[in-house]
Design a protein around this ligand. Sequence first.
Ligand code: C6P
Length: 412
Amino acid sequence: MDKLNAKKIRADFPILKQKINGEQLIYLDSAATSQMPVSVEEKIRRFNETSRANVHRGVHTLGVKATKLYEKSRQKVADFIGASSAKEVIFTSGCTDSLNLVAASFGEQNIQAGDEIVVSIMEHHSNLLPWQQLAKRKKAQLKFIEISKDGRLDLNGLKNKISSKTKLVALTHVSNVLGTINPIKEVIALAHEKGAIALIDGAQAVGHFPVNVTDLGADFYAFSGHKMFAPTGIGVLYGKRELLDKMLPYRLGGEMIANVTRDGATWAEVPQKFEAGTPNISGAIGLAAAIDYLNSIDLQLVKEHETELTAYVLEKLSKISGLTIYGPKESYERTGVISFNLKGIHPHDLATALDLDGIEVRAGHHCAQPLMESLETESTVRASLSIYNNKNDIDKLTSSLQEAKEFFSEFR
Ligand code: C6P
């Protein structure tokens, strides 16, 4: 487990040194937002102190410097996810924004009455609502791929759901509740066989293991920076060039045009066509710094660390009687997103009890209400892991859960 140099990594995240409620902070909510290493903060600070200016506008020295840094960041993202060109990388405000962009542009232009859109029951609302509402507007049909009892995609059902009427398959790479890693390469191939476009929500995947959009064959791939050590407010939409070229802009304004007259306008080339207004320049630079940080560690080691720690969590939690873990039981089929419930204790009460011990977890429906319904619960507690977590964190989580269980049993 120490192949990662865990001690150095923890030191890269000064926030972890603090105490919460008098106890050492244990951060187990990285699926919501990861922490940010000092190197990323430093890169942003240096940009603001030496090169801050708007991009693609001024001819002055600072403007040119800022533009170079912004476009270098785009190239870094393209290389990181295996895109064939930086023109296929659009900066957005986050994964939600990226998914809405595809629905508002590609969806509005291409989905017609009678078409089918296929999603899975494990989608985050951000990859469900844009399609649900688009389907309503267009009189198209929304179809759901169900899951097995242990939280894996029902692949047989999936083959029947994708048909020649399917125009789009929108699927999460990794579930933000179950941690399931979906076989997206196979699903994308199935979608393509039927002539459908495949969009992947990579919010819980990028930064946890290597992702290569070209190898996967994804038509669109969306993710957020703040879940992979970058600042909030920056995200990415990858799209195949031939699709992006045909799509209309989603928002209108500065820097996304070729020419404007009183009567009309023509649009800039991609990616500028989709980046109306002043973009999140320091966010993009921060995202590039986060990628440098991940590359300096090696994504394969990140994956190994998280898989090993996930196995440890699953083993420890399975020993607590009355505790139900959702999602695949094998650590290699999932990431370090572990949802559970303790019989008779509301997830919010449990999360509050853990917080009193300095342990930060998320409780609720995790913006995945249809999935909650399918799991026959309203909410769960969720612990989610990152490179800065270790076995000691998990031992503390386990003992705190045991104590909470005893405490709440006195009231029953
Ligand atoms: N999930 C969670 O705690 P944004 O909020 O735009 O950065 O990401 C949206 C999103 C899309 N897809 C998946 C699979 C996600 O997990 C998320 C964000 C967080 O689970 C906040 S709700």
